[in-house]
Design a protein around this ligand. Sequence first.
Ligand code: PGA
Length: 309
Amino acid sequence: MPDQATSLERIPTVIVGDHDELGCLVACRIAELMRTRGRAGRRTVLGLATGSTPIGVYRELIRMHREEGLSFAQVVTFNLDEYYPMDPGSVHSYHRFMWENLFSLLDIAPDNVHMLRGDVRREQVGEECRRYEDAIRAAGGIDLQLLGIGRTGHIGFNEPGSGIESRTRLITLDLVTRKDAAADFFGEDSVPREAVTMGVGTILEAREIVILATGEHKAHIVSRAVEGDVDHEVAATFLQRHAATTFYIDTAAGARLTRVATPWLLGPVEWTPQRTVNAVTWLSHETEKAILKLTQHDYAERVEDEAVE
Ligand code: PGA
């Protein structure tokens, strides 16, 4: 982890080599929590996410269950969200995703699995959401919440405009989110326009939060969430206000963090030939000047004094 004093990162961030490594690291943290609580005779309440990013974590948890006897008999789960409307038996439903990719491969009791329903009548959605919040409270709150991040910065399906106090509710999906889901639905027009999701406020009540991102298509939103100002246009920035959140990302998703992209802005760096090329290219973009037109003054103004010596 970077030295927070010389970093612009407002959420502790761990960069790992690839998706598999990330899966192992996060699964180990979850297993450790389950074992610690299990030894104290306590159940573990996990908040879970769907999407492609957590698959590696689920694969590793399944391996630990099979090969190391990690038991989920004392685990209670709450998933973040579900499309609306959505039949739980549909291939597109998050219910089906979770049973196929995780629950059916573990020894979890079906009664301990909680998922928002996308098949209730519209006039019952409010009640369904309240019931869900009550169930989380009755379980003692969420010990560890796993999150992905969408290109809109959504956590759960909290699209731009979601407030820090928002609770579980029906929301309208952002166009970017629907575009990203288009391949799964064989076309954007088939992607539901709405979803039910835990709110930002609901998520922030989890005692520990682990958020994951992989791939270069997430690099921009990761740097915005980790280094940008808190803003309801990017729900993930609210995690900066949570005391126990860790961002786990791969190198591709971390490519736009300052410590990776422009580390000379943080202090003295070792000037390798590649880094020098990167810095000159960066400076040329910043100043909107051709490389051969850059002057000593441009360097002195934009790059730390110590760094150019
Ligand atoms: P992904 O989705 O893991 O499929 O990228 C993340 C999200 O939209 O929250």
